[in-house]
Every structure is written in structure tokens, then in C-alpha cells.
Design a protein around this ligand. Structure first.
Ligand SMILES: [Zn+2]
Length: 286
């Protein structure tokens, strides 16, 4: 049996305000960090699954269609303000390292999600990438979990490119899936091309745990489990992809990704439906 449910008890956090800064040393680029004294808000990403996925996909589409660098920063900041940072390194991993349990003296090959090679890093250098600002360092005290954890969340930053690449990766898969669905005449297609289409449409959910959860009503159930937004997005996207009734579709008129509220829905909005019918009518008259 495969887990079909997820997220009843999932939680993530965001801050009420974020700001950007430019890191000029080491891993250069524009970063996003919670604004000082902003408020922490805990929420369940699963409750916002539809918005989360369509926001990420539409940002991914905009990037594919071609937008300016400043629009990428604005778009990423907008997503982070709504849903929080992706949380690629978790407090748990950092704590294990700082307590001396993990990764000592081991070099990690670091890549961005688009495959760009960052370099061979020690875990400490890896942590320094996330906390590059001198006045926003991680405070860590073995005996003070609450302050250490809070310092981690408040000072943790991520490169804009992390968010941009996540959106691009999702949209690129969505495009391949749409392309595969729209494939007619499979019989006449060369095998090689067909296989390429099938493989491109595959989506891998990486580093996600499965967990048996217990409650009084359902007893033991098998669930997905993830400890950061990056993985939660993958799970939610995957579940929306396989959901035939209210899952993802590409609008027949504008091509934008949208979530269906009925199985036979074809357009992202009434306006797009009308516009498509008008165009079709004009084509028929011509
Ligand atoms: Zn549309």
C-alpha cells in the first residue's frame, strides 16, 4: 500500500517580513533573510497546497518565458514572504554536526539544484554559506536548545537562485508532463523520442521519509514525512500530479498551470474559456 495522505500534522514557518542582501564573498549572489524583529508564523503548507503549487509553477513559467533579474528577485521574495524559505539545511543536521556526531572532516560536494557546482565544502563551510552576514551569525549553545533553534531560524538565509531553481525545476517537469499528455500518434513516433518523453515526465521525490502514524480514529496509517519546505513542495506537487479529479492541468488557452475544481475543467479562468471560444469562432469564420 502506498501512502496517499500527507500533511495533517505537517508544519512549516515563515516570517512576517523578509529582506535581501548581496553576498560578495564565497558563494556570491542575492540572498533572502528574515527582517530583524519580524514575527514568526507557523502554518501547515498542506492547508495552502493549491496556492503553493500554482504560485511556484506560475513563477517557474514566468522564468521560462524570460524575465529580468530584478523580477526574479521580486518573485522569489514574494514566494518566501507567503510560504517561508525552503529550509534546505535543517537545524537538526546542523545540530548533529555541531555536537560532533556527523560530517566531521568530510568534504561535501555542493551543487545548486540546477547542477551548477559550488565546490567541495566541509560542513562548516556549508553552514557559513547559509550564515554569510557577520551580524547575523548562528548562536549555538549545547544546553540551550530554544535560543539556538530560534537563532537558526531567524538568521538562516537562502540564495534567491535556490527559490528560482526550485520553481524552474517544477515547471520544467510540469511542461514535460503536459507534453506527454498531449502526445497523439504514439504509434508513429520513433521509440527513442517516446522514451525521452516518458523519462522527462517522471518526477522523483527525493529524501522523503515514510512514517507510520497512530491516532485513535484511524489506528496506524502510512504517511509521507518531510522536515523542510523543499521536500513538502515535492510531495504536494506529486500528489496534485496524480490527482485526476482536482489535480494539475495546463490551460487550453494560455497554457498556465492551474488546479481543476472539476475533472473536465479545461481553462484556468472564465475569461480564458471565452477567449478560446472567440478565437476558435474567428478561425472557423476565416
Ligand atoms: Zn488560461
Amino acid at each position: 500500500m502506498l501512502p496517499i495522505g500527507y500533511g495533517k500534522n505537517a508544519c512549516w514557518f515563515r516570517f512576517s517580513r523578509y529582506e535581501t542582501f548581496e553576498n560578495e564573498k564565497d558563494v556570491k549572489g542575492i540572498y533572502i533573510i528574515p527582517a530583524q524583529k519580524s514575527e514568526k508564523i507557523v502554518y501547515n503548507p498542506f492547508d495552502y497546497a493549491e496556492d503553493l503549487i500554482s504560485d511556484y509553477l506560475n513563477f517557474g513559467k514566468a522564468i521560462f518565458d524570460g524575465i529580468e533579474e530584478s523580477e526574479k528577485i521580486g518573485g522569489a521574495l514574494n514566494l518566501v514572504t507567503k510560504y517561508g524559505l525552503l529550509g534546505v539545511i535543517t537545524y537538526n543536521e546542523v545540530e548533529k554536526y555541531l555536537r560532533g556526531f556527523k560530517y566531521h572532516n568530510r568534504k561535501i560536494y555542493c551543487f545548486y539544484t540546477d547542477g551548477e557546482f559550488i565546490g567541495k565544502k566541509t560542513f562548516q563551510e556549508y553552514i557559513d554559506m547559509i550564515f554569510p552576514l557577520p551580524n547575523r551569525q548562528l548562536f549555538f549553545d549545547l544546553d540551550d536548545f530554544i535560543s539556538s533553534h530560534s537563532s537558526f531560524e531567524r538568521n538562516y538565509s537562502e540564495r534567491v537562485n535556490m527559490i528560482v531553481n526550485k520553481a524552474k525545476e517544477l515547471y520544467s517537469n510540469f511542461k514535460s508532463v503536459t507534453d506527454f499528455k498531449n502526445t497523439n500518434e504514439i504509434e508513429n513516433m520513433p521509440d527513442k523520442e517516446y522514451i525521452r518523453k516518458v523519462l522527462n515526465a517522471n518526477f522523483y521525490i527525493k529524501n522523503v521519509d515514510l512514517v507510520i502514524e497512530h491516532d485513535e480514529v484511524n489506528g496506524a496509517t502510512l504517511n509521507w514525512s518531510a522536515d523542510n519546505l523543499f521536500k513538502m513542495i515535492d510531495i504536494i506537487y506529486a500528489l496534485k500530479l496524480v490527482d485526476k479529479k482536482s489535480g494539475l492541468a495546463a490551460c487550453k488557452n494560455c497554457g498556465n498551470p492551474f488546479l481543476k475544481s472539476r475533472k473536465d475543467m479545461e481553462y484556468c479562468s472564465n475569461a480564458c474559456g471565452n477567449s478560446y471560444r472567440v478565437k476558435k469562432c474567428k478561425r472557423l469564420k476565416a
